[in-house]
Design a protein around this ligand. Structure first.
Ligand code: CO
Ligand code: ZN
Length: 371
């Protein structure tokens, strides 16, 4: 893989990850996605919920959906006190330990982003017990530089204003990057890259590349767009846990950075998320081996992706997922290996190209009739 390929991928990832896009407020990231996909699509539209659909028409009648979510976890203004401090509500799965000390961006009513910081009581005035405690999100406050509620309101901030983290993506080490919202802007970047490759190589099945909304708050966009598109099979692209860090024993790493994209086998607690269709898993393995793409398997014990909602649409959709191993998911310092991401795009393009109408007929027919 050339250095230039990694540079280009990082530039796309950075534009996507630095953009604002908490659930329900995905406008900025959506417009980048539209610009990227449009030159390669036969058709492109945005549905009422805000999902982006790019279509590459195939020669046969099979339909394949590839989905990545464009939203990121965020916060919302819950209340404003008389001294001008904001209290916040989580939108998506935050851990309480992440937020103190962070700088935030609050979207005002006119769409402008203003800065704020998550303050805490100075350590000097904490009791020894307080100093050891994790502060729950509902006790945290945000300082936007105002000294009264009126001043906050004059800034255009109100109850319900959406908030993200102020953090720019940067490269670290030889092949890695860190930033906010790699969950799932890396999946979106991989999807865009795979769609470009498929558009260039030509497809037999019609391919729907979908950037979904509101995944972090219940897989919502994926559910409705899968219903509309009625795909014969679907792949979701998302991050997965790379717990290859100090303090975690080897068998609990789930995936490791730099060992290739992960083919999902199962996720969710006790399999309550997705159980990948094994015929799609075989196809992914075959595609990887034939095109010399490294991969690892993912047996995750928590978390899930859009694939779970897509699978349960209408009379059922066979699904699997390709995951990008990522450390520190749901933090402002997510870390991934860019080579895994570029290889994920290669793997998806290779697998989708093999989802031909004849493959569907032989391997994955809508029903097998016995009588
Ligand atoms: Co997530
Ligand atoms: Zn995700």
């Amino acid at each position: 893989m050339s250095g230039r390929e990694l540079d280009e991928f990082f530039n796309l990832l950075k534009r996507l990850a630095d953009a604002f896009g908490i659930p329900g407020y995905e406008e900025e990231v959506r417009s980048i996605i539209i610009d990227e996909l449009k030159p390669y699509a036969d058709e492109l539209w945005v549905d009422r919920l805000g999902n982006v659909v790019a279509v590459k028409k195939g020669s046969g009648d099979a339909r394949v959906m590839v989905a990545a979510h464009m939203d990121e976890i965020g916060l919302m203004v819950k209340s404003i006190d008389e001294h001008g401090f904001l209290y916040i509500a989580p939108v998506g799965g935050w851990s309480d330990i992440i937020l103190p000390g962070q700088r935030l961006r609050i979207m005002t009513r006119s769409g402008k982003l203003v800065y704020g910081v998550v303050g805490t009581k100075p350590p000097h005035v904490m009791t020894p017990e307080e100093a050891k405690q994790v502060i729950p999100i509902d006790k945290l406050f945000v300082d936007v530089g105002a000294s009264s509620r009126k001043e906050v309101e004059e800034m255009g901030i109100q109850v319900g204003s959406p908030i993200d983290l102020d953090r720019e993506a940067v490269r670290i080490g030889k092949h890695r990057a860190t930033g906010k919202a790699f969950d799932d802007r890396v999946g979106v970047a991989v999807m865009i890259e795979a769609f470009k490759r498929l558009a260039e190589r030509g497809v037999e099945a019609t391919v729907y590349a979908v950037a979904t909304v509101q995944e972090e708050t219940g897989l919502k966009g994926a559910r409705t767009i899968a219903y509309a598109l009625q795909p014969d099979a679907a792949l979701s692209i998302d991050v997965t846990i790379a717990a290859d860090v100090p303090g975690v024993e080897e068998p609990k790493h789930i995936t490791k950075l730099g060992k290739g994209p992960a083919i999902k086998i199962i996720d969710g607690r006790s399999g309550s998320g997705t159980i990948s269709d094994k015929r799609i898993v075989r196809l992914l393995e075959e595609a990887a081996r034939e095109e010399g793409i490294p991969f690892q398997y993912e047996v995750a014990t928590g978390g899930t992706t859009d694939a779970t909602a897509i699978q349960l649409t209408r009379s059922g959709v066979p699904v699997s997922a390709v995951s990008i191993p990522t450390r520190y998911i749901h933090s402002p310092v997510e870390v991934l290996d860019l080579r895994d991401a570029v290889n994920a795009a290669r793997l998806i393009a290779a697998a989708v190209a093999r989802m031909t109408p004849s493959w569907f007929r032989e391997v994955l027919p809508p029903r097998r009739v016995y009588k």
